[in-house]
Design a protein around this ligand. Structure first.
Ligand code: MN
Length: 315
């Protein structure tokens, strides 16, 4: 598998790396780590980061400014998909991926069905960055590449607290720590730190949350109107669902925010043995057993009723 991936890279002159829409820490970290690695090992190749704008909070990662999807005007030789559970979750619904001559899919989402020519999907890995680390020649990993990979692991494990954190995760993180990375910056500034208005809307969403299904599920919704009131974007809502999940007695947490009229993004988190990825998949989404997401279309009340009854089935 590793050889197949590197053969594909060696055969290609133009390579795009890209992940899912609204890139998170793991997606950004994996894309920028692979970008840096290929540039370092194969300096003659043209590498693009094909992604939505990476949140500014990750601007300390080398290559951050390289995410310019408009730069690609013709099909690339190779597209490496990272942290993306299905083709249509790419920032252009997969157009650039589908037009590439060769394709690689590196991921850790259990719902990933292996949509590329070469697929490396490890559902037990904490993060795509952990999978990517396994591919890299350790001697090439410098402080900049380590910073990108550590960011992804920190974000997808909630700073090593989620159940996806394994011995391998810790050993990988241990290796990266020795590369002289700024862990305070990565953990505090990119993961925990919130702006004042992010804290305000977090508080408001918790204040307006409801316990349902005998207190086993907690739900909160941020409408477009509420987001406007606090002058926040979807990215500012990161972490709210994790806080909801920490409610005593709750088996699943549901956080919904409005993307536009009749379109809502749903984030799901689970405690114990609850598997919320089943719910997400049945609504066309994906993710992991304990963290998944999907999009609802149409009337919110009607869609929420369906979603909640589906959650009732898996509890
Ligand atoms: Mn991930």
């Amino acid at each position: 598998m590793k050889n197949d991936i590197f053969n594909a890279i060696e055969m290609s002159d133009t390579i795009a790396v890209g992940g899912h829409v609204r890139p998170d820490g793991d997606c950004a970290g994996a894309c920028l780590a692979v970008y840096q690695y290929i540039r370092k090992v194969y300096p003659d190749k043209k590498v693009y980061v094909y992604s939505d704008k990476i949140p500014e909070v990750f601007s300390y990662i080398k290559g951050y400014e390289a995410a310019k999807p408009d730069e690609i005007t013709e099909p690339v030789d190779l597209f490496i998909s990272l942290d993306c559970s299905s083709v249509d979750r790419h920032c252009d619904q997969g157009k650039c991926f589908n037009s590439a001559k060769h394709t690689v899919n590196i991921d850790h989402h259990i719902s990933n069905n292996g949509f590329a020519q070469i697929n490396l999907v490890e559902p037990k890995a904490s993060s795509t960055c952990e999978v990517v680390f396994g591919l890299f020649d350790e001697s090439v990993i410098d402080s900049d590449i380590a910073t990108a990979l550590y960011t992804g692991i920190v974000h997808d494990t909630g700073v090593f607290t989620y159940s996806n954190t394994s011995r391998k995760t810790m050993e990988t993180a241990g290796f990266l720590l020795e590369k002289d990375i700024d862990t305070d910056k990565i953990i505090d500034e990119s993961f925990y730190e919130k702006t004042y208005k992010q804290n305000l809307i977090l508080g408001r969403c918790i204040l307006e949350s409801r316990l349902i299904l005998d207190g086993k599920v907690i739900v909160s919704v941020a409408t477009e109107e509420l987001m406007k009131e606090y002058d926040v974007t979807a990215q500012d809502l990161e972490g709210i669902v994790n806080q909801l999940r920490l409610t005593k007695g709750v088996k699943a947490a549901v956080f919904v925010y409005q993307l536009k009229e009749n379109e809502y993004k749903v984030s799901l988190r689970a405690n114990g043995s609850t598997d919320v990825s089943k719910v997400a998949v049945s609504f066309g989404g994906g993710g992991h057993v304990k963290a998944a997401g999907c999009t609802l279309y149409g009337d919110l009340c009607g869609q929420m009723e369906k979603l909640i009854s589906r959650i009732g089935v898996i509890l």
